[in-house]
Design a protein around this ligand. Structure first.
Ligand SMILES: NC(=O)c1ccc[n+]([C@@H]2O[C@H](COP(=O)([O-])OP(=O)(O)OC[C@H]3O[C@@H](n4cnc5c(N)ncnc54)[C@H](OP(=O)(O)O)[C@@H]3O)[C@@H](O)[C@H]2O)c1
Length: 273
């Protein structure tokens, strides 16, 4: 896949877990260089290990960091977004792009603080760190196709992206934002099951993880419905159908659906008053 080189500086406001993952991935993919990044945190002492790891400048001066940057990546917790926006509003111009990854914070709330500035809202997930992320993206009022395009190019460099209507962003948060955690629990359980039927733990974990990765790739590469791919594994009167019966009895489907619904509802509640 062709990656872009970002022309201009990238300001990362909130170099925490997710901000750090994105910075690391963008640098590794050659989208930007440590020299072209200015990052901020609230407590400067917390950021020293990350600053050293990435070789970037980190401060707690949000206004200075965003001044003149081409793209401003807002990676603070949802509760801190309004405060940060008020701090940086005076430095922002309409030729800059603000990308927010804060769960549950609508673009309108950010525009209210920043005025006439292009805002794109994105929901990436942690596998971005190895280039297998999934990011949902939507545009605010003042963001045009060129801003969406630039955002897609950034996030496509660390996985895949999909553009959705903003009303679906909480759903994206509940599914692909929280999804890695749900899948780790499933994989941990499958690995535990392998141990139960006699496999060494490392072999069991490898079997589970590679099986999940392969099954996911089958869907992505073939575009087939998961049910059809499942049917192809399920021989009449074979082993798989016995396993499926247990899954249905244990209400796996309903449990997963409820997990995503709850996570999406929680995302909606994160917007601070
Ligand atoms: N983790 C995920 O999987 C994930 C996925 C998608 C989106 N997100 C979103 O990403 C955002 C960050 O999540 P996270 O898990 O990365 O949290 P985190 O590790 O706590 O990072 C938050 C960062 O923001 C900094 N910060 C707080 N107040 C600030 C201020 N006023 N000015 C500058 N920096 C400030 C913190 O600095 P200090 O450490 O010094 O306080 C910290 O570095 C959240 O809005 C979340 O919804 C997370």
């Amino acid at each position: 896949m062709k990656h872009i080189r970002l022309k201009g500086r990238l300001a990362v406001v909130g170099l925490g877990k997710m901000g750090g993952i994105l910075v690391q991935s963008f640098v590794e993919k050659g989208i930007t260089t440590p020299r072209d990044i200015s990052a901020t945190v609230r407590h400067i002492e917390n950021a020293e290990p990350r600053a050293r790891q990435f070789g970037i400048k980190v401060s707690n001066d949000n206004l200075k960091a965003v001044k003149g940057a081409k793209v401003i990546l807002l990676c603070v917790k949802p509760q801190a977004v309004a405060e940060v926006c008020r701090q940086i509003a005076d430095a922002l111009r309409a030729d800059q792009l603000v990308i927010t990854i804060a769960a549950g914070v609508p673009t309108a709330a950010i525009e209210e603080e920043l005025g006439h500035v292009p805002v794109v809202r994105a929901m990436p997930n942690t596998p971005c760190v190895i280039g297998h992320g999934m990011t949902g993206i939507c545009a605010g009022h003042f963001a045009g196709e060129e801003h969406l395009e630039l955002s897609r190019m950034l996030f496509n460099a660390v996985g895949r992206s999909v553009t959705v209507d903003e009303k679906l962003m909480d759903a994206v948060t509940g599914l692909s934002g929280s999804g890695p955690a749900f899948l780790y629990i499933i994989l941990e359980s499958l690995a535990e099951a392998g141990v139960k039927v006699g496999l060494p733990r490392d072999v069991s974990t490898l079997l589970a993880a590679q099986t999940a990765s392969g099954a996911a790739e089958m869907i992505l590469q073939s575009g087939s419905h998961p049910a059809l791919l499942k049917d192809a594994v399920t021989t009449p009167a074979g082993c798989t159908i016995d396993g499926i019966l247990e899954l249905e009895e244990g209400k796996l489907r309903v449990t997963l659906i409820k997990a995503v619904v709850k996570a999406a509802e929680r995302a909606r509640e994160l917007m601070p008053e």
